[in-house]
Design a protein around this ligand. Structure first.
Ligand code: MRU
Length: 356
């Protein structure tokens, strides 16, 4: 089956980085050019570009941009600039490991080529970004093919946040599985949790599923339990931002509660993610750094209208950790990993998953 990406959420255009500003969706599909490292940093921080694989790609492109604009001319300067760029860009969002993974690859390219002229280093960096993007697309297609085998026609599926084309290089992880099932002629229905506080489910997932002709019904996050009790959900598919060696994984806040609900209602719960999302240095999910974000995200309705008393205390973690024991399977580009996860993740990716 020939699969195609439906959107291009990021691209290198004339020495700048062209992104879709995802904060404007679904009202408008607007492109924006980032011309400095600081603009890239802000775009990632403000979730103009978001989703673990796409953050990795944005970081790699930001590194290329920064290196190109630097005045470095000597080996020592190349190494200094590379280190600075890596640590600056990695600081904007801590949870998705794809960002540090992609930046370490870019840093490695500079280290390997440090004795060559700057033009040759830039060419090698550009080649590496192109490779990261191409690999991401291929892995999305592979994950979708494995995941679709778990779906039957007439299935009703649940997802949270946005793990689609907008979060990757254009096809998606969890949503990629739905696209593939549809391409295979299966009639599926997807329930999308709105995903408070920043509404990635309502703004992005509902938009892209509709755009791609997948039947989608939007629900508030607190409606998932009731749908499950009514027997309306056949399986849950979510993405991931970081997966530890034992299979615990971080994903958008609210994922853990869906996993608990799915277990209670005996519904299969799948996580869909490529190898770039695994962090095998971490023994368990307890070690995953969790980003806490501005309280305004909770006290206002999408930064516009206040919906809470001024000065109220707020807890706003952007992600939670789902323990592996609640997971039915992890769908990767290499196949579906089943429990026991620690043993089977190790067997699939080897003792050091050092990135290809
Ligand atoms: O804060 P976000 O929008 O970057 O959170 C994104 C998610 O939690 C996604 O589910 C995850 O990155 C997987 S994307 C394929």
């Amino acid at each position: 089956m020939r699969q195609k990406t439906f959107i291009n959420p990021i691209a290198w255009k004339g020495g700048k980085i062209r992104i879709i500003d995802q904060t404007r969706l679904p009202i408008e599909l607007k492109y924006e050019d980032c011309a400095t490292v600081s603009a890239v940093w802000q775009a990632i921080k403000k979730l103009k570009v978001r989703g673990a694989p796409l953050i990795g790609i944005a970081g790699a492109l930001g590194f290329l941009l920064g290196f190109q604009q630097s005045k470095a001319r000597t080996e020592a300067q190349f190494l200094r600039v590379a280190k600075k760029l890596r640590y600056r860009l990695v600081s904007c969002r801590p949870t998705a490991v794809n960002l540090s993974w992609a930046l370490s690859l870019m840093h490695g390219i500079v280290e390997t080529n440090r004795r060559r002229p700057k033009s040759a280093i830039l060419a090698a960096l550009k080649k590496e970004v192109d490779r990261i993007i191409h690999e991401d697309i291929q892995m999305c297609f592979q994950m979708s093919a494995h995941g679709s085998k778990l779906i039957k026609s007439k299935d009703s599926l649940l997802t949270v946040c946005n793990a689609g084309g907008l979060a990757t290089s254009g096809y998606g992880t969890a949503l990629g599985v739905f696209y593939r099932a549809k391409e295979e002629g299966k009639k599926i229905k997807v329930f999308a949790c709105e995903t408070r506080p920043l509404l990635q489910g309502a703004r992005l997932t509902a938009w892209e599923l509709k755009y791609n002709g997948v039947a989608v019904t939007l629900i508030c996050d607190n409606m998932a339990a009731d749908l499950m009790r009514r027997g309306e959900i056949d399986a849950v598919f979510v993405g991931a931002d970081r997966i530890a060696a034992n299979g615990d994984f971080a994903n958008k806040i609210g994922t853990y509660s869906l996993a608990v609900l799915a277990r209670y209602h005996r519904i299969p719960f799948y996580c869909v993610a490529p190898f770039s999302t695994f962090d095998l240095k971490l023994a368990s999910g307890l070690c995953i750094p969790i980003e806490e974000r501005d309280k305004k995200e909770v006290t206002t309705l999408y930064f516009k209208k206040p919906i809470a008393p001024e000065g109220v205390d707020v807890f706003n973690p952007a992600f939670d950790v789902t323990p592996a024991k609640l997971v039915t399977g992890i769908i990767t580009e290499k196949g579906i990993i089943r429990p026991p996860f620690k043993k089977n993740i190790g067997a699939l990716y080897g003792p050091s998953i050092k990135r290809r």
